[in-house]
Design a protein around this ligand. Structure first.
Ligand SMILES: [Zn+2]
Length: 170
């Protein structure tokens, strides 16, 4: 419960990646120094980041672009169908969603082939990730595979899941 409150407070703060909040904005308004940014991000604790499944940087998009992309993108009803299918798949396989899997269940349901295992081991040591982050990556990779309707997790799924640990890498 305490964790949840901490995460909520963090999420509020985390809408900004630098003190001014304009880092990466197309307007180029941000003049924060790398030092200031590092100090700002240092306030987010590692153990707290570990508890967040996916960390993605979302660049600001000018409104016109947003409208264009909406017209060209996949229909949300199609996406909904895919998500519902993946959800059901998880319940049928293990009686719960991937995010609720315990460590033993992860071993059982998120088994990797040697190529994926190598990729993940390398990423863990290169990015200096914790055991908890390791398990988060496995669960997210399992979900990516489920969304694709694929039984076995491949190194592509692992690679994508590693991408979602964006803040660990900084
Ligand atoms: Zn800034």
């Amino acid at each position: 419960m305490n964790d949840l409150r901490e995460i909520r407070a963090y999420c509020k703060k985390a809408t900004q990646l630098c003190p001014c909040g304009y880092l990466g904005h197309p307007s180029g308004k941000c003049h924060c120094t790398p030092d200031q940014i590092a100090r700002y991000r240092g306030r987010i604790s590692g153990p707290l980041l570990d508890r967040i499944d996916m960390q993605i940087e979302v660049p600001a998009v000018p409104q016109q672009e947003l409208m264009k992309q909406q017209a060209a993108g996949e229909k949300s009803s199609t996406i909904r169908q895919r998500v519902e299918k993946a959800y059901q798949l998880q319940l049928d396989r293990q009686g719960k969603t991937n995010s609720r899997l315990g460590v033993k269940e992860i071993d059982q349901h998120c088994a990797l082939d040697s190529a994926s295992e190598n990729l993940l081991t390398q990423a863990i040591s290169r990015l200096n990730l914790s055991a908890r982050a390791y398990h988060r990556i496995l669960k997210v990779a399992r979900t990516i595979a489920d969304l694709a309707g694929v039984k076995k997790i491949t190194n592509q799924h692992i690679a994508e899941a590693i991408q979602y640990r964006k803040l660990d890498k900084q």
